[in-house]
Ligand binder design. Structure first.
Ligand SMILES: NC(=O)c1ccc[n+]([C@@H]2O[C@H](COP(=O)([O-])OP(=O)(O)OC[C@H]3O[C@@H](n4cnc5c(N)ncnc54)[C@H](OP(=O)(O)O)[C@@H]3O)[C@@H](O)[C@H]2O)c1
Length: 296
């Protein structure tokens, strides 16, 4: 009911804040919600600068390694006011990228890799520029509530997710979005005194290029229910401008609303899973780039 209410009756407010003088990074801003959010910010941080480069896209480009070199360049910026991590994929086709199932690599590992690599710059911005309120914002989804992540009970969650034979690809995208929620909740308290606001959001069902493989069912559902990409993107901008009350929190319809989190997230098991997946993710990130997780 909450979903239908939001889709039919709630229109997130048009952003009016000024971002003059700020440096804002929006990942995945060549199409979809990222592009519309970037239009609002009037800034772009596209992965493919020249359109011809799109053809060169490869699995290797889409991994943590790209994130590392991008982060190296971005960390030389004089300030970062907003890191809006929007890039994501939804697929039911199992494939590996950088040793992990691709959805997990793109939506989870690369997202936190880039965020943690840029955290020192976000923290420095908060410390050195009195008027700045840096935001590290992650675009999650309401579908995080569609799974209870049974894999967390295996000896290693990420290894279980990488096991093609047992992969539940029908809920892989929700699984990746749940992992984002769990990790944000686990690490946010460590940033409490940093001056950096870490939050996450659900844009609602929106028109975009996402889930292009899903077929007529989703196409029809979007036709009836989906927000335009521009309206959806307002929720991204809202999360990138909201105050301290959003730290560690989940936003939906452009407002902080932890009550909209899936029941698993706040359950006893969810809290245990949260700690376990963070410990495991830390290991993966440190293996890719030693020191990544030492910036708290
Ligand atoms: N649309 C919805 O209904 C909806 C609902 C809830 C949450 N979301 C979330 O919103 C975010 C944006 O999705 P969207 O709906 O706007 O989808 P989209 O139109 O498919 O846009 C996804 C963006 O992510 C980029 N991207 C994908 N893989 C990447 C990689 N490996 N490295 C760097 N960039 C990559 C894409 O760039 P390329 O074009 O270069 O691949 C594109 O710019 C996602 O995190 C999604 O989970 C969407």
């Amino acid at each position: 009911m909450g979903f239908l209410y939001s889709q039919f009756l709630v229109t997130p407010k048009y952003p009016t804040e000024s971002f003059a003088g700020q440096i804002i990074i929006v990942t995945g801003s060549n199409v979809g919600l990222g592009r519309e959010a970037a239009r609002h910010f009037s800034l772009l941080a596209v992965r493919h600068i020249a359109s011809g480069e799109k053809a060169k896209q490869s699995i290797e480009e889409s991994t943590g390694r790209t994130g590392v070199s991008f982060a190296e360049r971005a960390s030389k910026l004089p300030r970062i006011d907003v890191l809006l991590e929007n890039a994501g994929i939804a697929t039911r086709i199992f494939s590996l990228a950088e040793n992990h199932e691709r959805t997990i690599t793109v939506n989870v590992i690369s997202t936190f890799m880039l965020g943690l690599l840029l955290l020192p710059k976000l923290k420095a911005t908060a410390k050195e520029i009195p008027t700045a309120k840096p935001h590290w914002t992650i675009v999650s989804s309401g579908v995080h509530a569609w799974t209870n992540l049974p894999e967390w009970k295996s000896s290693n969650t990420f290894e279980a997710l990488d096991d093609e034979k047992n992969a539940r690809m029908e809920v892989r995208y929700p699984t990746s979005k749940l992992l984002e929620v769990l990790v944000v909740r686990e690490i946010a308290p460590r940033l409490a005194d940093s001056g950096v606001i870490l939050n996450m959001l659900n844009p609602g069902l929106c028109h975009s290029e996402l889930a292009r493989e899903e077929g007529w069912g989703l196409w029809f559902m979007k036709l009836v229910l989906a927000r335009t990409t521009e309206v959806g993107s307002r929720t991204l901008v809202a999360a990138a401008t909201v105050g301290d009350e959003s730290h560690g929190a989940y936003m939906t319809d452009g407002k902080v609303n932890n009550a909209a989190l899936g029941a698993f997230v706040t359950s006893e098991d969810g809290e245990k899973a949260q700690k376990k997946v963070w410990t495991e993710l830390k290991g993966i990130l440190e293996k890719i780039q030693p020191g990544t997780t030492s910036s708290f």
